[in-house]
Design a protein around this ligand. Structure first.
Ligand code: ASP
Length: 310
């Protein structure tokens, strides 16, 4: 098996005028991750590359193009996890880092810790030579306009994720030829969130989880709901009990909807190369590149196939 990469561009009511760019963005990210695997890279390398591609794409709410908090500032969160060792690294509330997922990886590989926040994360970035960029270069006109339109945070859960209010986190899961799995998730978080708010994305077991003994998962959706049910770990626990990847994701998202009225989505890959992309929001852009084809979709039940050129 040469490996599989699955990515998502966030679960929410993606407006029609963003549909084409969302398809293109997730397809490009899946191809990026897959080309890393083809060159002999690991699952960890692949998820980092795929997420970086989406952080650099302003159509998604991560890295360049992140949504702004109540004060009109950017506060980004990211996690990466290696299923072979259960090591993970995460950052929260970073402001002027173009690719938070790579900083999260450095936390995992170069510190004795698993999560660094705001100033400490930035100090660490500086100490290892990860360049900071002026925050303004990461803020898009769209993000600024959206912030200006909504000067107060609107509470509500299902409504949020089924309206234009919510926005799109990005994530990737991969399995490499050695059967190692990895996950990564990166986000600007909820638009107009309180200053200092940290969602599910950088929290192990909620925004992502990877274990070679089971699967790798990256989640998206209403962060406070995902945290309440530890969605990534919940999906893993269903798979551990023998359920299929798609059923485990569906059951867990259903549970989150019933129990805490939260909507969201998840992508999953297993060490044997099975995968699933599932959501309970109106839409979620996703793409998967396996041995057979490039698959992608955005609306419920949608599954387009593009044959791979040899
Ligand atoms: N889960 C993210 C958060 O709550 C948002 C999203 O997935 O769109 O920060």
């Amino acid at each position: 098996m040469s490996g599989v990469v699955v990515v998502h561009g966030g679960a929410w009511a993606i407006p029609d005028d963003m549909v084409e760019d969302s398809y293109a963005g997730v397809k490009a990210a899946a191809c990026e991750g897959s080309s890393v695997l083809k060159k002999g890279g690991s699952a960890l390398d692949a998820v980092e590359a795929a997420v970086r591609a989406m952080e650099d794409n302003t159509v998604f709410n991560s890295g360049h193009g992140s949504m702004l908090n109540a004060d009109g500032e950017m506060e980004m969160d990211a996690i990466i996890m290696d299923g072979s060792t259960l090591s993970s690294g995460a950052v929260t509330s970073v402001k002027n880092i173009a690719n938070p997922v790579s900083l999260a990886r450095a936390v995992m590989e170069k510190t004795p810790h698993m999560l660094l926040s705001s100033r400490g994360a930035n100090m660490f970035a500086e100490s290892i030579g990860i360049a900071t960029v002026p925050t303004d270069t990461l803020v898009t006109e769209y993000a600024r306009k959206e912030w200006e339109k909504h000067t107060a945070f609107a509470f509500g859960v299902l409504e949020d994720f089924n309206s234009r209010w919510a926005h799109d986190t990005v994530g990737a899961v991969a399995v490499d030829s050695a059967g190692n799995v990895a996950c990564a998730t990166s986000t600007g978080g909820l638009r107009n969130k309180m200053v200092g708010r940290v969602g599910d994305s950088p929290i192990i077991g909620s925004g992502g989880y990877a274990d070679n003994l089971c699967a790798a998962v990256s989640c998206t959706g209403h962060g406070e709901s995902i945290l309440k049910v530890t969605l990534a770990r919940l999906i893993i626990s269903h798979i551990e009990r023998g359920k299929s990847l798609a059923d485990s994701s569906q059951l867990s998202l259903q549970y989150m909807g019933d129990r805490v009225q939260g909507a969201g989505g998840a992508i999953v890959v297993s060490p044997s190369g099975q995968w699933a992309a599932t959501f309970t929001t109106k839409r979620m852009a996703w793409a998967a590149l396996d041995h057979e084809a490039l698959w992608y979709g955005l609306n419920p039940g949608e599954r387009f196939k593009e044959e791979l050129s040899q």
